[in-house]
Design a protein around this ligand. Structure first.
Ligand code: ZN
Length: 242
């Protein structure tokens, strides 16, 4: 029987349903998983919007004299690995900026700042995760500096700017300056974090390298022991505005 009720279907868009908007700013493909893989998954499970931006290619600086693939093929292959990892973590969006790998100091800092400012304007994040200022890797340190400049509290305030550690960079600098004050329980996400990291077939290393499966698990267990959980990711809050 027909009724006189009118059903109105309105396309309110996916954005309406997101609880929180998160931007992850990393130098290289794999940093997002190493630094915050479990946390990203937790955000996306919580219906938060997560976008990851990769500033540098992740390829150019290494000795690839035995590599049969061209530079472009290597970059494309790593980009595919990143997309696969992000799919496991349910990341909504990715962007790749292809800055020179391990040579981000060869371009003006302002150029990097402008990229991040553009992303902030477009995505309006409530929280930004990025590298720690004390990392050994130059691209990581410059990414942090550019984020700090892009997030200066003027017209568009970024409520939360948070740093993560990267196994084989944060702990390899001296003096060690990572002072975590925020821990996220990833007991239910640790398996998928490691699964996502395995998508980066050329970035994983054999034990006892920090980027081995065994040590990624141990690092999470270590921060778990610091925070009274089985597995955790550790962060340093740089600024939080309420
Ligand atoms: Zn990196």
């Amino acid at each position: 029987m027909l009724t006189n009720k009118i059903i109105v279907i309105v396309n309110i868009g996916k954005d309406f349903f997101y609880v929180m908007r998160v931007l992850v700013v990393v130098a290289h493909p794999d940093d997002e998983v190493l630094g915050a893989g479990g946390t990203i998954l937790k955000h996306t499970k919580n219906n938060d919007f997560v976008k990851v931006i990769y500033l540098a290619t992740g390829i150019t600086s290494r000795d690839k004299s035995n590599e049969k693939k061209s530079m472009k093929e290597q970059i494309d292959s790593l980009r595919n690995d990143a997309k696969k990892a992000c799919k496991i973590l349910n990341v909504a969006k990715t962007d790749f900026y292809d800055l020179p790998d391990n040579k981000m100091d060869s371009i003006p800092l302002l150029e990097i700042v402008k990229i991040i400012e553009g992303e902030i304007k477009k995505e309006k994040p409530d929280r930004i995760y990025t590298h720690h200022y004390g990392d050994l890797n130059i691209d990581h340190r410059l990414t942090y500096s550019a984020c700090l400049t892009a997030c200066r509290p003027i017209s568009k305030k970024i409520p939360e700017l948070i740093c993560f550690e990267i196994a084989s960079s944060t702990e390899w600098n001296y003096p060690y300056s990572f002072n975590p004050n925020y821990f996220i329980n990833i007991e239910k996400q640790i398996d998928k974090k490691i699964q996502a990291m395995k998508m980066y077939k050329n970035e994983m290393r054999k034990f006892p390298h920090p980027r081995s499966t065994q040590n990624l698990e141990k690092i999470s267990a270590r921060w778990g022991s610091v925070s009274g959980t089985k597995y955790a990711e550790a962060f340093e809050i740089i600024r939080k505005i309420e």
